[in-house]
Design a protein around this ligand. Structure first.
Ligand SMILES: Nc1ncnc2c1ncn2[C@@H]1O[C@H](COP(=O)(O)OP(=O)(O)OP(=O)(O)O)[C@@H](O)[C@H]1O
Ligand SMILES: [Mg+2]
Length: 468
């Protein structure tokens, strides 16, 4: 199964970079915008105040005691020189006493105690900036208060702020593009070892499971280590599979050759008796091949069960199970001159799968019958102890020398009983099945130092486990 790549690292990095610079950039732009407006206002407010002052200086009190002003046009010119802006003014005496200028021009009535005040307003549908200067003209006897209002449309200011804003936005855009280019190059360079790694793996011979020794960034080293350890396990699994299939085919070849020979002999037999003898031998060989196949299939089944997800097995009473199986083997044992019996201390509950448990016990009983020798006694025992349940199959035959016990547990390892049919899988099957149930197999001496006792120790299932 191939997965579509979970989005590229490069686009993720670029995406994050874009979001981060966009957020910070927009914040910076907003700040710049406010700063630009403030700067433009301060500069032009100063000019507005200057012209208001120039006008105020021309306000005089005439001989009638009224206020009079002679507008100096230079005062207004210093404003209009700026842009297409239009300039308005208005001079008024004591509250409500309009003197000259644009009567409808908005002004600031409350200057909060300052002599000069500024405000934004609209006049004739256009946004304007208003400056008001409060003064008083002296008659020598008393002083007459007056206010000079000068206003200007805000085109120049807006142009200035827009220019500042545009420049900042351009700078931000350039910065983002530059950062994106740097990230693009950096990511490409950083990913280069990964591309080399993937090339190195792609170029490999499929059977080459040597560890990868490419230099990779430390972030990827963990992945490479995992792959390497996986390859080591794969290699050993492949080796044992090769070993296994080699042995298995070798084991099957012998009975097949016997069957063939016996068939030839039967077809050429001079008498019916000779033909029947050949057929009997051929039949034995078929039985042997059958057993080998059964053991191989069982082994494959255990391997599959061992590699699959462990699933919970039900708790069963293996004492009853073992007793029933032992009883089934009594006639076979008797035929081999063996006295087979069972002993136990009541129900023994463990978590195990009954069929596999049966295969395990079958292998142990068959070993005892096959190797203990005629006249021997074989006892199958199931005893519950405090935390464990022990299954023992004990005989008083020749046993296995202590130093050889570990060896006979290996797959295809056989003791010095070449004449008995078998291929050395039985005990390793028992051990593997035991492992599936969390149990362990040990080989010990029989009672009184005679014979062999195969012991499988199961963890006892919890009392409340039931038997469902
Ligand atoms: N009860 C026993 N007494 C003496 N030797 C035994 C006993 N059980 C097993 N062995 C020795 O251990 C060897 C391995 O046993 P195992 O059951 O693994 O293989 P096998 O019986 O030879 O073949 P298979 O069980 O696959 O048909 C046997 O060949 C035999 O030499
Ligand atoms: Mg065996």
């Amino acid at each position: 199964m191939t997965h579509s790549p979970a989005s590229s690292l490069r686009s993720q990095l670029l995406g994050w970079l874009f979001v981060a610079t966009a957020v910070f950039g927009i914040l910076a732009l907003i700040d710049t915008y406010h700063e630009a407006i403030k700067t433009a206002d301060t500069v032009s407010d100063r000019v507005l105040a200057g012209s208001a002052l120039a006008i105020a200086e021309r306000v005089v009190v005439n001989e009638n005691g009224a206020l009079e002003v002679d507008i100096p046009y230079v005062a207004l010119e210093m404003l209009t020189s700026a842009a297409q802006d239009r300039v308005f003014y208005r001079v008024e005496g004591p509250p409500g006493h309009f003197i000259t200028g644009y009567q409808a021009l908005p002004t600031i009535t409350d200057t909060k105690g300052q002599s000069t005040a500024y405000a934004d307003a609209t006049f004739r549908g256009e946004p304007i900036r208003v400056a008001v200067l409060q003064r008083s003209a002296s008659t020598g006897v008393n002083s007459v208060p007056f206010a000079v209002t000068v206003a200007e449309t805000t085109i120049a200011r807006r142009q200035l702020t827009q220019a500042i804003l545009l420049r900042s936005a351009l700078r931000l855009g350039l910065m983002m593009a530059g950062a994106a280019a740097i990230v693009w190059i950096a990511v490409t360079l950083a990913l280069r070892p990964l591309y080399r790694l993937s090339d190195a793996i792609a170029e490999r011979n499929p059977s080459d499971l040597h560890p990868i020794d490419q230099a990779v960034p430390s972030e990827v080293q963990g992945l490479v280590d995992t792959v390497n350890s996986f390859m080591v396990r794969l290699q050993s699994a492949l080796n044992s599979l090769r070993h296994f299939s080699g042995n298995a085919s070798h084991q099957l070849r012998t009975p097949l050759a016997i069957i063939r020979t016996q068939l030839v002999l039967a077809s050429r037999a001079p008498s019916l008796g000779a033909a029947q003898e050949a057929a009997r031998k051929g039949d034995d060989a078929v039985a042997h091949a059958e057993r080998i196949l059964a053991q191989l299939l069982l082994m494959a089944k255990i391997d599959a069960a061992g590699s699959a997800e462990p699933h919970p097995v039900a708790a069963i009473d293996i004492a009853t199970l073992a007793q029933t199986m032992t009883a089934e083997y009594v006639p076979v044992a008797a035929q081999a001159g063996i006295d087979l019996g069972f002993d136990g201390n009541g129900p023994a509950i463990v978590r195990a799968e009954p069929l596999l448990f049966g295969e395990m016990l079958r292998n142990l009983i068959e070993n005892a019958i096959a190797y203990a020798g005629s006249g021997a006694e074989v006892t199958v025992m199931v005893f519950s102890e405090k935390h464990v349940v022990r299954l023992r199959v004990e005989d008083n035959g020749p046993g296995i020398q202590a130093e050889r016990r570990a060896e006979v547990l290996q797959r295809f390892a056989r003791g010095g009983h070449g004449n008995a049919p078998g291929m050395g899988l039985g005990l390793s099957i028992v051990e593997d099945i035991a492992a599936l149930f969390g149990a362990t197999l040990t080989l010990e001496e029989g009672t009184g130092g005679k014979g062999l006792c195969a012991v499988v120790t199961f963890p006892a299932a919890a009392a409340d486990a039931g038997s469902g």
